[in-house]
Design a protein around this ligand. Structure first.
Ligand code: NAP
Length: 244
């Protein structure tokens, strides 16, 4: 049976829309208070209103997840407001699908920074708080593209494999500190992600994709396990999508 997250604090990155927003609201419904980050303040404020209807506190910290100072500020504000972060969900990510030979250095930098550096930064500044309290969970949203390489998305796959490597290593390194490290790897999810860079609005295949709430359920399943039970990895995909 899943446990209540009452009294716990969840920091969700990229919470302004898509999977991050759904995850934040699902964890709030399970009892967690929130810290939500992203660049679009109005969307974070609207998320906070939703969470407050569930009588959950929400700290909104707008910022760029690729910038060290913004991430440090977010974690410091979480510490000042709550004294702790129990659950970190590394969700920020962007995708750009195109032939490798057409991928620009700027697109490479943007994907590496948004997907890998943001995950490094949030984890880097949250882990000391968790070590201090000998308690915590880190859940990173990777992808099916973090398990298999696909034509037309080599750099994106590279970033998602990198997240898997980071998290697998941290699972081993942080176990003695009573910190659980897990990954959730979805297949296609119907979100803004990759619009204009691989997907187009109205694409009929969007209808067959997972919804953000499907991924949020998986994240909540990981986060709300009884403490002695550990879900290392969830992969979920649309039923219409082949196995990776
Ligand atoms: N959608 C899929 O098919 C799919 C499949 C597998 C895995 N994933 C993974 O799921 C995660 C979430 O994707 P999604 O589908 O929910 O995409 P999305 O709808 O585009 O949402 C991305 C979120 O990340 C935030 N974000 C992006 N760059 C940021 C930055 N530099 N600083 C701060 N926030 C930033 C965006 O907010 P702002 O623009 O307001 O900053 C937004 O809240 C990603 O890691 C992605 O790789 C997605």
């Amino acid at each position: 049976m899943l446990r209540s997250l009452d009294g716990e604090v969840a920091l969700v990155t990229g919470a302004s829309r898509g999977i991050g927003r759904a995850v934040a609201l699902r964890l709030a419904r399970q009892g967690a208070d929130l810290v939500v980050s992203g660049r679009t303040k109005e969307d974070l404020d609207s998320l906070a209103n939703e969470a407050e209807k569930m009588r959950k506190k929400t700290l909104v910290v707008p910022g760029d997840a690729t910038k060290e100072q913004d991430v440090k500020k977010t974690v410091q504000m979480a510490k000042d407001a709550y004294g702790k972060v129990d659950i970190l969900v590394n969700n920020v990510g962007i995708g750009s699908y195109k032939p490798f030979a057409e991928t620009t250095v700027e697109e490479y930098d943007a994907m590496i920074n948004s997907n890998v550096k943001s995950t490094y930064l949030f984890t880097r500044f949250v882990v000391p708080l968790m070590i201090e309290r000998h308690y915590g969970q880190i859940i990173t949203i990777s992808s099916g593209s973090g398990h298999a390489g696909y034509a037309g998305e080599a750099v994106y796959c590279g970033t998602k494999f990198a997240e898997m490597g980071l998290m697998e290593s941290l699972d081993r390194e942080l176990l003695p500190h009573n910190i659980k490290v897990s990954t959730v790897s979805p297949g296609g999810v119907n979100t803004f992600f990759a619009f204009g860079a691989g997907r187009t609005k109205g694409d009929p295949s969007l209808q067959d994709m997972l919804n953000p709430d499907d991924v949020a359920e998986a994240v909540n399943f990981v986060a709300a396990q009884p403490w002695k039970s550990m879900v290392t990895e969830i992969t979920l995909r649309p039923a219409s999508e082949p196995r990776y």
